[in-house]
Design a protein around this ligand. Structure first.
Ligand code: PRP
Length: 209
């Protein structure tokens, strides 16, 4: 059996739809369910329905053979696994943003609010800018509005949250989309099960293009 960790939240519907198109159906699945484990019709695939931020951990630790999760959480995890496929949904951007009237200073110490401290620190370290990072778990756009931080590092999809809070993008760090990741040992040991699974998904992606 293959175990796949699937991220709850914004991309869950698209992930389930992609698996369905690849012939893997979880009959009793619905997003509001409080169940955490689902089996496909053939009982060949077990799905762990978990918080997006935890998907890389399940895959790195081998609790799941595969994972479907955003590149944002992959980068933030610094995890060791294979990133096999770009699934081309959940597309957004990781950006530095802040108040229009308070442009990004690159010469002095900055305070950054983010759900992604690892990504933020790497970005500013590469630019040789000293920062203090304040880790938040949501509504990050609030931080510059109330003087908690100078800028934020966050994902932008439609741009609506930034717009409605009077914030602008100062720089784009990385393009984000949903990826298929694979545990390194599983990739070797479960090759016979894994290969047809991955090929089915590849075929769906090719048809979509
Ligand atoms: C994400 C992100 C932004 C927003 C961007 O937050 O952190 O706040 O979506 O989307 P937009 O560009 O389409 O407005 P999410 O909605 O996941 O909730 P959170 O604030 O609780 O983290």
């Amino acid at each position: 059996m293959l175990t796949i960790a699937l991220a709850k939240g914004r991309t869950a519907k698209d992930s389930i739809a992609l698996l369905e198109q690849a012939g893997i159906r979880f009959n009793n699945f619905h997003e509001e369910s409080r169940k955490l484990i689902f089996y496909d019709q053939t009982k060949q695939v077990k799905m762990l329905f978990v918080k997006a931020v935890d998907v890389p951990t399940y895959v790195e630790q081998g609790a799941a053979d595969l994972g479907i999760v955003g590149k944002d959480n992959i980068l933030e995890s610094n995890g060791h696994f294979y990133e096999l496929l770009d699934l081309k949904f959940g597309q957004c951007k990781m950006v530095v943003a802040g108040l229009k009237e308070k442009p990004l200073r690159t010469t002095s110490h900055l305070t950054i609010a983010s759900k992604y401290p690892v990504i933020a620190e790497k970005y500013f370290l590469e630019k040789d800018i000293q920062i203090e990072t304040i880790k938040l778990n949501g509504s990050v756009e609030l931080a510059p509005l109330i003087g908690l931080s100078d800028v934020i590092v966050d994902i932008v999809e439609t741009g609506r949250t930034l717009r409605e809070n009077g914030l602008v993008i100062f720089d784009e760090i990385e393009a984000i989309s949903t990826r298929l990741i694979v545990n390194k040992a599983s990739f070797a040991l479960k090759h016979d099960l894994m290969t047809p699974f991955i090929n089915q998904i590849k075929t769906v992606l090719e048809v979509k293009q």
